[in-house]
Write a protein that binds this ligand. Sequence first.
Ligand code: TMP
Length: 205
Amino acid sequence: MGILTNFIVFEGIDGSGTSTQIDLLKKKLAGRETENRFVFTCEPTGEATGRFLRTILSGEEAAEPETAAFLFAADRWEHLYGKNSVVKALNAGKTVISDRYFFSSLAYQSAACGRELPKLLNSLFPLPEKLFFFDIDPALSLARIAGRSVTEIYEKRDFLEKTAAEYRLVIAEYEQAAPGMKIIRLDAAQSMEQVSRLIWEEIGA
Ligand code: TMP
């Protein structure tokens, strides 16, 4: 599996703080000379595939867990190769930072429908150069989510515990199998500022 240089992904269960840290990073970069070198993106995307997925995540549309696995992979293809794609930005010399990538499918969809299908569908995608894994106890992440007004279908205790366990397995597996990808494990129970400092040390510019 190839590696996409300058592609960086943030991964972790709901409430682990990936989106908060992306916002903090944007703020730290604002006004710097290097700001334009960075492109921020996320999965599910804002494209048609991603918007449809959001209707499933909100519970507005029902779908089999396997269907969701296919849709996440389809959305990922669009994310990588479609009109606003990661690969285009990388080819233009940008550093691309994504809130979630295929490791989310290997964790969430494995928890939802077993490991085989997510593994098959996601064997098609290249690795990022760096992966930040936001490791957190699901009890703490759930307490953080409890303050949100909108909850999604996966934001339930049993499911997030299962997903957290899958994430840890997946990360351990890739630490062994993909030494070319740098994995930075963060203790996501630390304060926002501490986590932000660690990320800045790794990618600040
Ligand atoms: P978000 O809350 O980070 O925007 O992500 C939306 C939800 O979608 C979150 O619960 C994680 C889930 N998800 C998957 O189940 N599989 C995936 O491949 C991705 C990218 C997200």
